[in-house]
Ligand binder design. Structure first.
Ligand SMILES: [Zn+2]
Length: 123
């Protein structure tokens, strides 16, 4: 748990933007719990992950919007690049309107539904 000053310090590192996507964050929405209204909601992302010896201190943290951070999960390095590459390939297929693209869209909708149900079960 960070003090208010540490939260502000982390937030300021990117001038209040998600370090993944660059979207603006709202300082007061640190640790935000309302998952139906995620705009500006953020949490801290460890630069060097805890599992790789990264410290849990502000110096090792950057602000990340909830949407990006939840997608990133524990992925790092090659896994994350692979995810982005596959995403780009999927986007191209969707844009082309190919069979694969249409199937990917169906899978995306299905995933969003499953995630919504999972969230409802938690809260
Ligand atoms: Zn983001």
């Amino acid at each position: 748990m960070f003090t208010k000053n540490k939260i502000k310090e982390i937030f300021s590192k990117t001038k209040g933007h998600c370090h993944f996507c660059g979207d603006p964050l709202i300082l007061e929405r640190y640790g935000w719990k309302d998952l139906d209204d995620l705009d500006g909601a953020w949490e801290t992302d460890h630069i060097i992950q805890k599992g790789k010896g990264g410290r849990k201190e502000a110096e090792n943290c950057l602000p990340a919007c909830l949407r990006c951070n939840r997608l990133r999960w524990h992925r790092k390095g090659n896994d994350l690049r692979d995810l982005i590459l596959l995403g780009l390939i999927a986007k191209d297929e969707i844009k082309k309107g190919s069979y694969i693209g249409k199937e990917v869209l169906k899978l995306k909708d299905k995933r969003i539904e499953v995630n919504k149900k999972r969230r409802r079960n938690i809260s």
